[in-house]
Design a protein around this ligand. Structure first.
Ligand code: ADP
Ligand code: MG
Length: 394
């Protein structure tokens, strides 16, 4: 892999450009990290108002399958990464003919398909929930009742709890499958979750792997609501196992870049891998404010072939996701911005808004990270922020 040197000057007299497919908030925070190291940035996103497009040196407004745009991106960039897993693998393959792409299409493709993902867990000897693949009525008829109650998840394009249907009994299977439009699915046994955890690792082309501390996540309505770090009350050996498994999953895909692995900690104390995201992750946003190297810095370093260093957590942190619902708290029918001055009066409050023009319920508008020297203090201030925003405690 090429090393892209920050501060170097290309034939056009400009610093090197790092590119990203997708222009949402993850790409925006990636662009900020790349720019702070002196890189130029290019965002490929069909939406002219995309959060990352608005802050990038170059915004190619084009569909992901436009071969001319991909060739242009390849010729302008020194390296390319991806912001979300649903960029078609074919796009990444096309780009890779022009420019180094990290993570590569093969690894992203595994994370795009829940089937391939489950197979990869099994191949890497990482425990995941008991499951079966559903593609035909025959598959549905032969479901082992021991998998119920379960969750039917579409094999592709699921996120934030979308594309899922709960199944309590065999006679409900057909209706649940109809609910997800009889798309190819994975049926998973519903497990007794004690905690939800995630681990973010970054792997370089030289096989070096570094990681962020284990995070504890709370979801509401299928969407991440709160992340606490370090995860409270998690035994050290269990945290080490999660980190080791995440690194193993990255290595066995020959992965280059930032990878997030979501885990369930079950009531019996065992660890189960849930899913992977081939990119920085919402549960790692706190690292901008609480670590000396953020997940976005790691993505820049990994794709540019620069050294990876283990991030150090210098503050305890709680991250609160800010969904569009917060703009509709009062009696006014038009959206009203929450009381940010009151939130910003709290010590250790770091407000990140993604520059999205329109607030809609369920839409990720930003996040708030509370940092403090002690976990109890971070929690207490985060609870004050939740109270100001009208959010429930945790
Ligand atoms: P998404 O791609 O939408 O994030 P997930 O597979 O992570 O989909 O599921 C979303 C949430 O649903 C999880 O964070 C967890 O709270 C719950 N969930 C998913 N699978 C299971 C399971 N097998 N048992 C219990 N809860 C689950
Ligand atoms: Mg998930």
């Amino acid at each position: 892999m090429n090393i892209v040197i920050p501060g170097s000057v290309g034939v056009d007299g400009q610093p090197p450009t790092l590119g990203v497919t997708g222009g949402g908030q993850l790409a925006r925070m990636f662009v900020h990290a790349a720019q702070s190291m002196g890189f130029r940035t290019l965002v490929l996103d069909p939406d002219p108002g995309s959060p990352a497009g608005r802050v990038s040196h170059v915004h190619l407004v084009s569909p992901y399958d436009d071969s001319q745009a991909l060739a242009e991106m390849g010729s302008l960039c020194a390296a390319v990464t991806t912001e979300f897993e649903n960029v078609p693998a074919a796009t990444l393959r096309a780009l890779a003919r022009h420019v180094p792409v990290a993570p590569g299409a093969d690894a992203v493709e595994i994370c795009q398909y829940r089937w391939a993902e489950k197979r990869h867990f099994t191949a890497a000897a990482v425990t995941c929930a008991p499951h079966v693949f559903i593609e035909t009525d025959e598959d549905l008829r032969s479901v082992n009742p021991s998998l119920l109650p379960g969750i039917l998840k579409t094999a592709r394009m699921g996120y934030d709890g979308k594309g899922q249907a709960a199944v309590t009994a065999p006679e409900h299977l057909a209706a649940a499958w109809a609910q997800v439009h009889r798309a190819p699915c994975v049926l998973e046994k519903r497990l007794p979750l004690h905690r939800e955890l995630s681990v973010i690792v970054a792997r370089g082309a030289d096989d070096q792997v570094v990681h962020l501390p284990v995070q504890q996540n709370l979801h509401r309505d299928g969407i991440l609501a709160i992340t606490q770090v370090p995860a409270p009350d998690i035994p050290a050996d269990l945290a080490a196992l999660a980190v080791q498994q995440a690194g193993q999953l990255a290595r066995s895909m020959n992965y280059v870049g930032v990878l997030c692995v979501e885990f369930f900690l079950l009531s019996d104390g065992s660890l189960v891998a849930n899913e992977m995201a081939p990119r920085p992750h919402n549960s790692g946003h706190y690292s901008i404010d609480a670590c000396d190297v953020s997940q976005f810095d790691l993505q820049v370093r990994a794709m540019a072939g620069l050294p990876l260093v283990a991030p150090r957590l210098h503050s305890r942190a709680v991250m609160v996701n800010l969904l569009g619902d917060l703009w509709f708290r009062g009696s006014a029918s038009a959206p009203v911005a929450p009381d940010w001055p009151a939130v910003l009066a709290l010590p250790g409050a770091h407000l990140h808004l993604y520059g999205k023009a329109e607030a809609r319920p369920g839409r990720k508008m930003g996040h708030l990270t509370i940092t403090a020297a002690r976990a109890a203090e971070a929690r207490e201030i985060a609870l004050q922020a939740c109270a100001i925003l009208g959010l429930p405690g945790y």
